[in-house]
Design a binder for this molecule. Sequence first.
Ligand SMILES: Cc1cc2nc3c(=O)[nH]c(=O)nc-3n(C[C@H](O)[C@H](O)[C@H](O)COP(=O)(O)OP(=O)(O)OC[C@H]3O[C@@H](n4cnc5c(N)ncnc54)[C@H](O)[C@@H]3O)c2cc1C
Length: 267
Amino acid sequence: MELLRIARDQLTPYDSVVVWNAEAVDASSAGEGFTVALASGETVTTRQILLATGMVDELPETVGVRERWGTGVHHCPYCHGWELRDGHIGILAPGGEPFAELRVTLLRGWSSNLTLLTDGSASLDRPARQRLEALGARIDERRLRAYEDGPDGGYRVCFEDGEELPVAGLFVAPSQHQRSGLAETLGCGLDTAEPNPAPFVVIDSTSGETTVSGVYAAGDLTGPAQSVILAAAGGARAAYFMNHALAAADAQAALTAAGLPAGSDGD
Ligand SMILES: Cc1cc2nc3c(=O)[nH]c(=O)nc-3n(C[C@H](O)[C@H](O)[C@H](O)COP(=O)(O)OP(=O)(O)OC[C@H]3O[C@@H](n4cnc5c(N)ncnc54)[C@H](O)[C@@H]3O)c2cc1C
């Protein structure tokens, strides 16, 4: 929120920037550009669109997990592994879902004290169990009752059998879906990107343009490598190419109006 506030503040000197604090509920191509309908009832016309609407994480239902999302519950070892280094890390993977081994693989460098919590019988075959154990993870298949704050800034996993397991933090591997349906509405191509099976917006890796001309995308909605700096970089990169395309179109129009052919330098 602080970064967002700073970014908004830094935009205020630019007269050409208008911030609409409203949900975009629909978008469609219109002539050379697009129209975007806002929940407020207004309609915005635009020559291009940059989609940066993010993804939704589908968290496990365990009581106490949602409330501690971002404090005692994490998903990204690159964002939060260091804070939990050498601590007892719980990995919540209900049923032992397919990301369990990947989580263990990524976290075992931060701590050798890993417990995989499957919240009931795991659908792990014998080779999968052997691999997890060889990688240093204990597998605990007891049903969970809740996840709570513990003493000294730590947390505790509470089992239905009444026992508790103190942990420094909990990692989950949530499934994701697109936060907004705008990309689909506009006809942008979606595809999965290993190792995350969520549908991501397909973009050109250089320009950030989607499969729909004039619609660009940046940030989490474009792929599984998700962080603030990558999202900002994706937005900056797309902005270069959006401006490039607009400037080229304007120059072409000016040359055409002057009765001159376009130059040969496309850069
Ligand atoms: C718990 C947690 C902890 C994290 N910790 C870190 C960390 O320590 N370091 C790090 O680098 N990254 C971290 N991340 C990842 C980081 O937050 C994301 O990678 C980053 O915020 C992605 O930015 P984004 O702009 O793509 O999407 P988002 O941040 O999700 O922003 C999308 C925005 O679009 C808006 N929006 C969506 N649909 C519409 C619509 N139809 N109309 C108008 N607005 C719309 C949303 O309201 C939202 O404001 C963390 C993520 C989570 C969930």
